[in-house]
Ligand binder design. Structure first.
Ligand SMILES: Cc1cc2nc3c(=O)[nH]c(=O)nc-3n(C[C@H](O)[C@H](O)[C@H](O)COP(=O)(O)O)c2cc1C
Length: 235
């Protein structure tokens, strides 16, 4: 056991873990993961929809996000094929209200089956891209592929957001009200979580720290922020 590792903890070289264990470990440690409900269309017009939690923000100006499609039994999934071939996708925010529907679209539907129809979902036309967005989703981002990177068993698709749709019920002035967005995040295995407590942390100021402001101690969670629900972010 390495110094600092407690009895019963995990202390192992990557090479001693098989692929299944690695997947379980990583998807339980990299949490919570936001969920992109990704809409694509094949070159011959077949709609596709599937949730992806390997999803994050890369750049805000220009706005670039990525979704990663993992290979299934060594082959690209439909989402990966469609994005690679058409260069377009739409990321819908999977809210709590629709999370079971999003999960429904994760079944291994054959490429020629329409997940939208099976899940009873309605598609709304994109403004600038061919894939539809999900009716009822609180927000959707139309993306054009800017870069593809294959690493390990994942294919990362970097997309520039060319159009934002955010439902009026989710907007709070010029900001998104995250409570109204009601996102769900993925944890390990079949576990999910909605938004929990929301609290505010002020970013430390270097000069104040240099002049002796104390470093925080580890301890109980910060108090729940009681002011306006969604304050302006720090400059
Ligand atoms: C919440 C959730 C998140 C998922 N995240 C991913 C992911 O990030 N990458 C991936 O390849 N598959 C992910 N999956 C599995 C895919 O949704 C599933 O393999 C689906 O059948 C892929 O569909 P496609 O072949 O139409 O692309 C996820 C499933 C769920 C339920």
């Amino acid at each position: 056991m390495s110094p600092g590792t407690t009895e019963g903890g995990l202390d192992v070289a990557t090479g001693d873990l098989d692929a299944r264990s690695l997947y379980g470990l990583l998807t339980s440690l990299v949490v919570p993961r936001p969920i992109a409900w990704v809409s694509t269309v094949s070159p011959d017009g077949q709609r596709n929809l599937a949730p992806h939690s390997y999803f994050n923000l890369i750049s805000s100006s220009p706005p670039i996000i990525h979704v990663t499609s993992s290979q299934r039994r060594g082959r690209l999934k439909d989402t990966a094929h469609n994005i690679a071939e058409t260069g377009e996708f739409v990321v819908n925010v999977a809210s709590r209200e629709q999370i079971e529907l999003a999960n429904h679209t994760a079944a291994e539907w054959p490429a020629d089956e329409d997940e939208w129809t099976w899940a009873g979902l309605t598609g709304l036309p994109g403004r600038l891209v061919a894939p539809e967005r999900v009716a009822g989703a609180p927000a959707a981002m139309e993306c054009r592929l800017v870069e593809t990177v294959a690493l390990g068993n994942g294919t990362m698709f970097f997309g520039e957001v060319v159009w934002f749709h955010v439902d009026a019920r989710v907007m709070d002035g010029h900001r998104v009200n995250v409570r109204a967005l009601d996102p769900v995040a993925r944890l390990g295995g079949p576990l999910y979580t909605p938004l929990g407590e929301v609290f505010q942390l002020v970013r430390p100021d270097w000069e104040q720290l240099r002049d002796g402001a104390p470093a925080p101690a580890a301890g109980p969670a910060p108090a729940v922020h009681a002011g306006p629900a969604f304050p302006a972010p720090p400059a």
